[in-house]
Ligand binder design. Structure first.
Ligand SMILES: *Cc1c(COP(=O)(O)O)cnc(C)c1O
Length: 473
């Protein structure tokens, strides 16, 4: 039974109208609230029993427009300042539709999508200066990319027996800073290394890993008979956008024969901007880099990437296929398949939306959008610092301002709760959506700008709202 439309002409008319609905939504995004809660009756409607009988496309499109489209996370909106979420682009919609039309399985074989992914990966290897033996793989995001990187580093340290024999009781330990991302712990847990084997090294006043403390920890572990194998430096921490000193970490790794991994989820892409590139100095010495296209490149979710200096090591960690998947002639051709480089066999055409975005805008314009976000962050921090009721809690090294309202009418022990309430109130009003974080154990309002639509006016609106709320108590 074919699931294709019986009347293609009628279907196309609906499809075109649907596309208009989507584009209208993005075009008018700034006019609506940043976020609004899903009303109870909508939540009830969505929680329906399995539809055994089809309801037809008209009903589905209608329900989508009424019950789902208005209740997104809000990240396309210019005053979404929460976490690190990319904004998307209108042409991302077209790229996703194009990928669905092809419906390619990008685990391997011989077709255009594989070539596109190879090309896209090679662009980023060049941007980061990884050299001729490098390569990589598109994955769901930096969490997965970090997991693959730790696995490749682990196998590299243990050697060829790692895949058959596991960790063989070798007491491996790795390092990241106290500001390193939580997904690195999950990687250590999943690989059977144990989360405690990931040492959390203290940071300096600028939230960069302390190289003296890192060196001391490595020495102490070596003296105790443990086997250090990886340092995961961060290029753009999630709390404050801080960059570890990549050159110093690279040298330490070289001295101790450790894998030098960079978690550059969003910050590494500052390499695209001439004015920010210095932040990533030393990234070209990395053994592996994890980063996202769905954050600061505005590619629709999800798209992340792992790059490895020596692609042979990635293939050694994940290569090998059963007979039915062996490389053959014609469609079964192609030498290196993406499935040889990671966990997934069936995988979508993530590379197409990246290819669309980079070719449409060019790396230069994408870098300019990143630099503009950082300019707005500095400007906001400077304006915030002028209000006695606001404290800027961390140096602004990138696109994130961590600040805190300190209304004198409230005792300091109530400031944490007050700031949390202000963030929730702004989200509920739909005016702006910052998030919270803790710095020096103080709850902060975290204003993170990852949006090519954000302007100075949006920052002023946020500042006015914050001051108004604080002055009202
Ligand atoms: C977002 C982020 C991650 C996790 O990446 P996902 O794409 O959400 O899986 C890891 N590290 C840093 C520094 C991040 O900002």
């Amino acid at each position: 039974m074919s699931l294709d439309p019986k009347d293609w002409k009628a279907f196309k008319a609906k499809a075109h109208a649907h596309l208009d609905t989507l584009l209208d939504h993005v075009e008018g995004i700034a006019d609506g609230p940043v976020w609004q809660p899903v009303p109870a009756e909508v939540a009830t409607r969505l929680n329906e029993p399995p539809p055994l009988a089809g309801q037809g496309l008209d009903a589905v499109l209608d329900e989508f427009a009424r019950s789902i489209l208005p209740y997104g996370t809000g990240n396309p909106h210019p005053r979404f300042f929460g976490w690190v979420h990319g904004a998307g682009t209108p042409s991302g919609i077209l790229a996703e539709a194009a990928a669905a039309a092809l419906n390619s399985n990008c685990g391997g074989r011989d077709h255009a999508a594989i070539l596109v992914e190879k090309t896209v990966v090679s662009w980023f290897c060049r941007i980061f200066g990884l050299g001729p033996t490098s390569g990589g793989l598109l994955v769901s995001g930096t969490s997965t990319a970090n997991l693959l990187a730790v696995a490749i580093a682990r196998n590299g340290k243990i050697g060829a027996s790692a895949r058959a024999k596991g960790n063989s009781g070798i007491p491996l330990v790795g390092y990241t800073s106290t500001e390193g991302h939580s997904c690195l712990n999950k990687a250590f847990e999943l690989l059977g290394l144990g989360g405690d084997s990931l040492r959390r090294i203290p940071v300096d006043d600028s939230f960069r890993i302390r190289n003296d403390a890192l060196e001391a920890a490595i020495s102490a572990d070596l003296n105790n008979g443990l086997v250090p194998f990886i340092v995961a430096a961060t290029a753009g921490t999630v709390n404050s956008g801080a960059f570890d000193d990549l050159r110093a970490v690279a040298s330490l790794c070289k001295a101790h024969d450790l894998w030098f991994h960079v978690d550059g989820a969003f910050g590494s892409l500052s390499a695209l901007s001439p004015s920010l590139r210095f932040l990533t100095d030393g990234i070209d010495r990395a053994d592996s880099i994890a980063f996202d296209m769905h954050k600061w490149l505005h590619v629709p979710y999800d798209a992340g990437c792992i790059l490895v200096r020596d692609l042979a090591l990635q293939r050694a960690a994940f290569g090998g296929r059963p007979d039915y998947l062996l490389t053959g002639r014609a469609l079964a051709g192609g030498d290196l398949w993406p499935a040889d480089l990671g966990l997934e066999l069936s995988r979508g055409f993530r590379a197409l939306k990246v290819w669309f975005a980079v070719k449409e805008f060019g790396f230069d314009a994408l870098g300019e959008a990143i630099a503009e976000n950082c300019r707005l962050a500095l400007l906001f921090a400077a304006k915030a610092a002028r209000h006695p009721i606001l404290q800027v809690m961390a140096p602004v090294s990138l696109n994130i301002v961590c600040c805190r309202l300190v209304p004198p009418s409230l005792p300091p022990e109530r400031w944490d709760q007050f700031n949390a309430d202000v963030v929730a109130a702004l989200q509920e009003k739909g005016v702006a959506a910052p998030s919270t974080c803790r710095i020096d154990d103080k709850l902060c309002i975290r204003v993170c700008i990852v949006n090519h639509r954000t302007t100075e006016r949006d920052m002023d609106i946020l500042l006015d709202e914050l001051v108004k709320l604080a002055e009202r108590v």
